[in-house]
Design a protein around this ligand. Structure first.
Ligand code: UDX
Ligand code: ADP
Length: 478
């Protein structure tokens, strides 16, 4: 066993690895933290002289990187060298849903985890503690362990390497990652070896109160992470299902949320209706649970959790259908301004954003979309929609574009998105959208014009006073 941790290597410089390691380096100046990645461009961006240009936008992150980078926090592509130096190695690589083969569409693709484990087996020296940080399917620790153990039993293991595997799932949410890391509700550590659990705990003791560190066995830790995300997503599908009922009955979902959220057993968080949940974790983690339950013959359990994802998709389609209906059943030659493309505010991440499905539906109906988002760049939107923006498309002389019903353009301001539009649809709760002067912008729109607020961030009275029609998710009163 090890006596103390002096050198950490984190494989994967993404949304999880980057911020987590920055906070560890900041709180543990006695530890050298090396974040490695096979993606050269990403590492270059992490090392960019202007810390505002690091690849991940998280409030507070660039300041920490500025403080620690080059001191005890390093970003490089030296996977082999840094693995060899490390006392403790975090695996923070991507684990997307499998696209083909057994478990396609549900199980996680463990290709990157497996290759990390093989690199660790090959290059590490001495006693190494391997920590699963990425959200992984239950029993992944076993996969990692068997790859590491196989290397120990081969004749190549002259260096006397020994491994221990811990699960330490990350609960940070994007946009609040640094605050979540600095003030976690809990830190979860799963493992068999008590001394190694203690060594990892000691890192967190530097800033997390001891009573917030929960120690479990490996499988409880892996399952708890999936379950936490499934429960959170379930609350959103629950409230979005009630939003549809509210619209049909004359109730207001915000009032219902307030009424049920004040029951301390239910609690008020994660009860905001919206365009449906997005983000890289919720859908993926629920589908993992579904896959696991099916694999174990627990069909009813699988169906229960799958319905959370089904409801989410239904809700997204419901919004796009409703827009078409309100705009007289056709979107052909209609201009719709989309405000917000990120899956939530304060992030440039669009993974699984509801905006993708809803915009695709509207394009299918022939709409001309003008999309604005303060943080998401047009290239990302183009890749998500699998469609070049109209202006680039005309330049490319239609050579590379897929011919689709509708078209889209990138708008660099809210006002330019709204000129001559028939409707505006708010999909991300960016604060700048809550202060739109409706009286002023109403004059820019083609009448009769609609405002569709899927995030409940605008003042309904102001919109109605400006002569615009209004729909708010879950509002059966207007
Ligand atoms: C989530 C978990 O919160 C985090 O603990 C885990 O580690 C990773 O997954 P994240 O995906 O960053 O974090 O976003 P989160 O803030 O949970 O929001 C997920 C989605 O739900 C967003 O699309 C958000 O807009 C939506 N949401 C959230 C609602 O629609 N209503 C709510 O009340 C809360
Ligand atoms: P997450 O949201 O889980 O952090 P990301 O996709 O943002 O996921 O980041 C994962 C990172 O892991 C990517 O930058 C990817 O290049 C990196 N990665 C994947 N496999 C390896 C590997 N074997 N060695 C080093 N880096 C890897």
């Amino acid at each position: 066993m090890k006596k103390s941790i002096k050198n950490i290597c984190c494989i994967g410089a993404g949304y999880v690895g980057g911020p987590t390691m920055a906070v560890i380096a900041d709180k543990c100046p006695h530890i050298e933290v090396n974040v490695v990645d096979i993606n050269k461009d990403r590492i270059l961006a992490w090392n960019s002289p202007n810390t505002e240009e690091i690849p991940i936008f998280e409030p507070g992150l660039s300041e920490i990187v500025k403080r620690r980078r080059g001191v005890n926090l390093f970003f490089s592509t030296e996977v082999k060298e840094q693995i060899a130096k490390a006392d403790m190695i975090f695996i923070s690589v991507n684990t997307p849903t499998k696209k083909r083969g057994v478990g396609a569409g549900k199980a996680s693709d463990l290709k990157w985890v497996e290759s990390s484990a093989r690199q660790i087996a090959k290059y590490s020296k001495g006693y190494t503690i391997v920590v699963e940080k990425s959200t992984l399917p239950v029993k992944t620790a076993e996969v990692i362990k068997s790859i590491l153990e196989a290397s120990q039993s081969t004749s190549h293991n002259e260096k006397g390497t020994k491994f221990s595997v811990l699960s330490n799932p990350e609960f940070l949410a994007e946009g609040t990652a640094i605050d979540d890391l600095l003030n976690p509700d809990r830190v979860l550590i799963g493992g068999e070896n008590k001394e190694d659990i203690e060594l990892l705990s000691e890192i967190y003791y530097e800033w997390v109160p001891k009573n917030k560190i929960i120690k479990t066995n490996v499988w409880s830790s892996e399952l708890a992470k999936l379950t936490a995300n499934a429960f959170l997503a379930q609350r959103i599908s629950s409230i979005n299902s009630i939003a549809a009922l509210c619209e049909a009955t004359g109730a207001d979902v915000r009032e219902v949320s307030r009424a049920i959220g004040s029951d301390s057993r239910i609690g008020s968080k994660f009860l905001d209706c919206g365009p449906g949940f997005g983000g890289s974790c919720f859908k993926k983690d629920i589908l993992n649970l579904v896959y696991l339950s099916e694999y174990l013959g627990l069909k009813e359990v699988a169906n229960f959790w799958e319905s959370v994802v089904t409801l989410n998709k239904w809700h997204q389609h419901r919004i796009s259908k409703l827009i078409t209906k309100k705009l007289f059943g056709t979107l052909s030659e209609k201009k719709i301004s989309i405000l917000g493309f990120a899956f939530k505010e304060n992030t440039n991440d669009t993974r699984e954003s509801s905006a993708i499905q809803i915009c695709k539906d509207l394009l299918e109906e022939g709409a001309e979309l003008f999309i604005h988002d303060p943080k998401v760049n047009p290239e990302q939107i183009s890749s998500d929609l699998n469609l070049l923006p109209n202006n680039i498309k005309s330049k490319a002389n239609n050579q590379n574009s897929k011919i689709k019903e509708g078209t889209w353009n990138s708008a660099n301001s809210v006002e330019s998105a709204l000129i001559n539009s028939d409707a505006v649809l708010i999909l991300t709760e960016w604060s700048e959208y809550s202060t739109i002067n409706w009286k002023k912008v109403s004059k820019l729109m083609r009448k009769p014009a609609w405002v569709f607020d899927a995030r409940s961030i605008i003042d309904p009275k102001e919109v109605l006073k400006s002569g615009l029609n209004l729909w708010r998710v879950g509002d059966g009163v207007i």
